[in-house]
Design a binder for this molecule. Structure first.
Ligand code: SAM
Length: 260
């Protein structure tokens, strides 16, 4: 049941990634909760709080133009609008949710009907590839977010360059992604969980072992915190502090870059 991703050509990899997410769209929440023991919700809350969307700033005025890439089911977008509205009293900031997979996006669109933002003009959905954001104007975005998405992109550098292009000067590029655990003892337990439990949970809950095996392998292959921060800086972003924040011992991390 090994996915053998290394040996497949890029175009085929893209098709497989597509299949993975079409297959998980409906069981997505259950799987996330089981795989992360519910912690992904806390990470997402923390990510959004740290970005503080909807505050007044010199670039955005009193309304932020936010792009949530690989936004899938709307998890990050809804949180950002909740934060802007409830914490900052901002009723104007908008989020464009984009995802390459129409099934994931349709799930987000469906869920948006249960939020206060349906039919307010504050949420929009658009199918698109992060590596080629033709539908987004240069220098138009205040905040670009991507949560648990960039790991799956075929050409990560191209996606970061596109993020740089669409952001306004002063705009923020923010990534929440699985990362690398820094303690070797903790890592031993974590690896057992990832390679043992996750494909099994995938098989039992989603009836799809291979897709979850792929997800685990993609986490392993993702650059380290330092490497990823260098990629962001090479594109031209200025990174604050050491460039990243570890969550839960490095199981996930947040990277930020500011377009000068
Ligand atoms: N951001 C959501 C969250 O945190 O729950 C969804 C994350 S989901 C694990 C990863 C998403 O990345 C999938 O919906 C998938 O379709 C999307 N994706 C993969 N490659 C992409 C690409 N090149 N451009 C845009 N989205 C992509």
């Amino acid at each position: 049941t090994h996915f053998g991703f290394e040996t497949v050509p890029e175009a085929e990899k893209e098709a497989r990634v597509g299949k993975v997410f079409s297959s998980v769209a409906s069981s997505y929440d259950t799987m996330n909760d089981l795989m992360s023991l519910g912690i992904h919700r806390l990470w997402k809350d923390h990510f959004v709080r740290s970005l503080n969307p909807g505050t007044r700033s010199s670039t955005s005025g009193n309304s932020w133009n936010i792009l949530d890439i690989a936004g899938g089911t709307g998890d990050i977008a809804f949180r950002m609008l909740d934060h802007a509205t409830n914490i900052n009293g901002d009723l104007h900031s908008k989020v464009l949710v984009s995802d390459i997979n129409p099934d994931m996006l349709a799930e987000g669109q469906k869920r948006s009907l249960q939020t206060p933002y349906a039919n307010t003009g504050r949420l929009d959905f658009k199918v698109g590839n992060a590596e080629k954001l033709d539908f987004v104007e240069s220098n138009s975005i205040d905040l670009y977010t991507v949560a648990f998405g960039i790991r799956n992109f075929t050409d990560k550098d191209a996606a970061i360059r596109e993020a740089f292009r669409v952001l306004k000067p002063g705009g923020v590029f923010a990534v929440l992604e699985f990362s690398h655990v820094n303690s070797s003892l903790f890592n031993a337990f974590y690896k057992r969980w990832n390679f043992g439990a996750i494909p099994l949970i995938g098989q039992v809950v989603a009836g799809d072992r291979d897709s979850y095996q792929y997800l685990v392998e993609s986490i392993e292959k993702f650059p380290t915190q330092e490497e990823f921060s260098s990629m962001i800086q090479r594109t031209g972003f200025v990174v604050p502090g050491k460039g990243y924040e570890n969550l839960t011992g490095g199981i996930a991390s947040i990277h930020k870059g500011i377009k000068p």
